[in-house]
Design a binder for this molecule. Sequence first.
Ligand SMILES: [Zn+2]
Ligand SMILES: [Zn+2]
Length: 322
Amino acid sequence: MPEIKEPNQVLVKVHAAGICGSDVHVYHGSNPYAKYPVVLGHEGSGEVIAVGEGVTDLKPGASVVFEPITYCGKCYACRCGHHNVCRELKVLGCIVDGIFQEYVVMPRSQVYEYDASKMTYQQAALCEPFTIGLQANWRGDVRPGDVVLVHGGGPIGLIVANIAKSRGATVIVSEPNESRLAMAKDFGADYSINPMKEDLDAFINKLTDGEGVNVIFEAAGVPALLAHATSQLSPAGRLVAMTFGKEPIPVNFKEINAKELTILGTRHQYQKFPEVVKILPDHLKEVDEITTHVFKAEDFQKAFDTLADRNSGAGKVVLTFA
Ligand SMILES: [Zn+2]
Ligand SMILES: [Zn+2]
């Protein structure tokens, strides 16, 4: 049982934790940032059991979600509001021990309380991927009336689409897997396209009268899609790269200049939890649909295998801790 050692710490009983694609990479040794040995997990929820003497704004019994990152607050990135790319960034379940444990001790600043009458622990565990979707939409500056193209209908692509729709955009999801594509509609996609069956470029041309889409999110992990995006964007368009290839990807700077395009990286999130704990109760239908599998923590091997199995139909896989 971990113990509170500092006055600003809280002891939390973990109840539910989602398995992220990045957990799978850490598990397989293919995450370049991971420091071993490490306890996995950064997407989760739990119940406050005890608080340090310096904590006055949180009581035992409160339901909380976890903030996965810590930062120095002094480096250039921190000074200009990009704490999520701090030079001393530490991420739960990657560089420091994560939350795939029954109990964790954390600084007060790394937990956010939410209204337990509005969502279950299992639902609240999806706050973190929604913060990622919110960060990506913030990076892409998605505005009402924008036409947005999301490549990839995995959990993150669907969440990005869902948030873009709630910001008033017209959303296209492109995804070759038909069962994922079927979900896209429920996540607010106005158009769901299977690019293996339909000519996506022709569709974009027709929909936008040849202007191009305004924002593209690449969440499929296909390098060629990043390279091709500059030709699909409208003037003043934005490309948010949520994936990256192993090799450098050629980019057409002629198009970038001619159309004054913006290419944006996006990594983790900064200060998106306060908003997400408020808005997630409005997205519970989507949260429940995307949570395809729930396993007890002791069945973690089955959970990881399910996530890795392309035929399992897995969306979000969540572990529960008794
Ligand atoms: Zn994650
Ligand atoms: Zn910093």
